[in-house]
Design a protein around this ligand. Structure first.
Ligand SMILES: Cc1ncc(COP(=O)(O)O)c(C=O)c1O
Length: 431
């Protein structure tokens, strides 16, 4: 379903009221996206919101209110999830290196599942659980032997790889080593050891290698591979109750991207995963799809200049606020200059204010011919991996404010940062 993006008028009002740079989130769209995806999933699928995509309290609360479960990958995210009202029994704790403090917190809070990523981590968790006389349900994260040519761990080598509905052995892709999980080849031995641990209860496997996927056949192929791994385990006498497929549904970032077909995906999922006498409990940990399109990044133009025939537009912002834009090239469809939609367009480089050449937000973009200082650039689809995935401390520009828009009302959900923020926890010492 095409999205109705917020109008220039609403975004302009936001900027006027709250200043530049600014994030605006359309909470109504979050609800629509959540319900749309939820509505397409078979009944044995549970949708978890991946907090790493956007951990703002108000955003997370909205997902909890909508009925989502949660996926966290740090103690900070766990505290956030609990604070906004997610039920610990609906929280999955992932991540390739969990500290003792994090494992203890997971046990103390009684999170539903800890995804263990190595035999060492399983041992540490087992010991801590034994000390507390509890049994912790776990999933084992597996680094599968097969990937699609467009897997996020392969993409750099083979951007325009063959059809994405087929998987190739990772040896062929040349990219098999991963810091995540245990290699599929080592899975049986790892599980043999894990099943001996008295204070862990093995519930199933977690496999996540595909990210920002727009063609559902790519995800389907990867998830079928996960089911095949589970079937092999089952055949070897190890019952698998839960399959955690991670996240991965993508959103459009540039002119050539197509929208993900959730309806087609839902039909395919029902066909492949909801049948059988006892279907698996299937977990999705979605981030980008649920919050990405709801977010806007707004920044005023500070300068417009030419260099060797190229036009540069410099924003009151940059990759310290929004680091994701390299994925957006060329991004004309998702980028607009408020009030200048009818102006003739001309190529430009959209850059930020940081003192580094890296701070180019979009290298080739069409911007209005008459763009000028004081205009406001709005970058759409920035709700995921925007605010909390940026180089926030580079060059000490205060953190942007965040605003939520719902039912025609606008409210600040994070104040703009101050210069004092940069001195918190620092000690000025003479040694
Ligand atoms: C373990 C895990 N689950 C879920 C996600 C969310 O993925 P996405 O935003 O692609 O839905 C991520 C993203 O990196 C992840 O690492």
């Amino acid at each position: 379903m095409p999205i109705e993006y917020l109008t220039d008028q609403v975004l302009g009002q936001a900027l006027q009221s709250y200043g530049s740079p600014l994030y605006v989130y359309d909470l109504d769209l979050i609800a629509r996206r959540y319900k749309q995806l939820q509505g397409c999933l078979p009944p044995n699928f549970r949708l978890h919101y991946a907090l790493k995509a956007n951990a703002n309290l108000t955003i997370c609360r909205r997902f909890a209110q909508l009925g989502a479960a949660a996926e966290v990958s740090s103690l900070g995210e766990l505290i956030t999830a609990l604070r906004v009202g997610f039920d610990p029994e609906e929280i999955v704790f992932t991540g390739p290196g969990k500290s003792r403090q994090e494992l203890l917190a997971a046990l103390a809070e009684g999170v539903a599942l800890v995804v263990v990523e190595s035999i060492g981590e399983a041992r540490r968790l087992d010991e801590l659980a034994a000390a507390q006389a509890v049994v912790q349900p776990v999933l084992l994260r597996v680094n599968p032997a097969y990937r699609s040519a467009n897997s996020c761990e392969v993409r750099s080598g083979e951007a325009d790889g063959p059809a994405c509905d087929t998987l190739k052995p990772i040896a062929m892709n040349g990219q098999g080593a991963s810091k995540f999980g245990v290699d599929e080849a080592a899975m049986a031995a790892t599980l043999a050891a894990l099943l001996e641990m008295k204070h862990l209860e093995f519930r199933g496997i977690h496999v996540f290698t595909e990210s920002n996927v727009l063609d559902y056949r790519q995800l389907l192929a990867a998830w079928q591979n996960t089911a095949a791994i589970a079937a092999k385990l089952h055949a070897s006498g190890i019952p698998v109750h839960t399959l955690d497929f991670g996240g991965g549904i993508g959103i459009a970032y540039n002119d050539v991207d197509e929208e993900f077909d959730t309806v087609g995906f839902g039909v395919a999922l029902a066909e492949h995963f909801a049948s059988g006498a006892k279907p698996h409990h299937c977990i999705l940990e979605m981030g980008r799809y649920l919050i990405g399109e709801a977010g806007y990044y707004l920044a005023e133009v500070l300068d417009v200049k030419e260099s060797q025939g190229q036009r540069f537009v410099i924003l009151h912002g940059g990759i310290h606020n929004l680091y994701r834009t390299p994925a957006m090239q060329p991004a004309s469809r998702y980028l607009r200059v408020l009030g200048k939609g009818d102006s003739p367009m001309r190529p430009a480089v959209l850059a930020g204010q940081l003192p580094t050449p890296v701070d180019v937000m979009v290298r080739e973009v069409s911007l209005p011919e008459d763009i000028t200082i004081g205009d406001v650039v709005a970058i759409q689809n920035c709700g995921a991996y925007g605010y909390n995935h940026s180089l926030t401390n580079f060059a000490l520009h205060p953190y942007p404010a965040e605003v939520a828009y719902a039912g025609g009302n606008m409210v600040v959900i994070r104040d703009r940062g101050t210069y004092d923020d940069f001195f918190v926890h620092q000690k000025l010492v003479e040694i």
